[in-house]
Design a protein around this ligand. Structure first.
Ligand SMILES: [Zn+2]
Length: 176
């Protein structure tokens, strides 16, 4: 049975944010918390979602939830293998790339992009059980990263959330 999780590159992106913000000592502390060394994590291998969640929890407890959001943003700005797909692309295309990359990067849950270019609005829905508030915050930051990648001014709202009793988490992206 496959463990639910995400590729190591996601974990490394969050750890990279920790190092960038607070330095090598914070990175060591965070790695101690998750019980793994940064260099031991293989970007392509899948790790339990407990590992990503442990990093996000370390960030939220020690630095605040707004940094979890920023770490999600940081991850999208450092997309690695997907970055070549981004330049000159529309928001809709980037959202499609996000949809594709989710399925390649996470082996649990699902993401659905509903695009309405005429209204300059996109809805992004997440279905995954046991989402933590940290996951909602990290993805909020990641959605904001889409605008920054496209160099478009826009806003993201987390309009439906499992933590408010909704059946799924949904973000609305709007731009001018
Ligand atoms: Zn949510």
């Amino acid at each position: 049975m496959t463990v639910e999780g995400q590729r190591g590159l996601v974990v490394k992106a969050h750890l990279g944010y920790v190092k960038q913000q607070w330095g090598a000592e914070a990175l060591r502390e965070c790695c101690g918390h998750i019980g793994m060394g940064y260099d031991d994590i293989d970007e392509d291998e899948f790790y339990s979602r407990d590992v990503e969640n442990a990093v996000l929890t370390w960030i939220s407890r020690n630095k605040g939830m707004e940094h979890v959001q920023r770490s999600g943003h940081h991850g999208v700005m450092n997309l690695g293998v997907y970055s070549y797909l981004i330049p000159q692309k529309s928001i809709e295309t980037i959202a499609r790339v996000a949809e594709m990359s989710y399925m390649d990067t996470y082996n649990y849950g699902s993401i659905k992009v509903i695009s309405n270019p005429r209204e300059k609005t996109i809805f992004v829905q997440f279905v995954a059980k046991d989402r933590m508030p940290e996951n909602c915050a990290a993805w909020l930051g990641a959605m904001q990263g889409i605008f920054d990648l496209a160099k478009v001014r826009g806003s993201v709202e987390h309009i439906r959330c499992v933590h408010k009793g909704d059946p799924l988490c949904e973000y609305r992206l709007r731009w001018r």
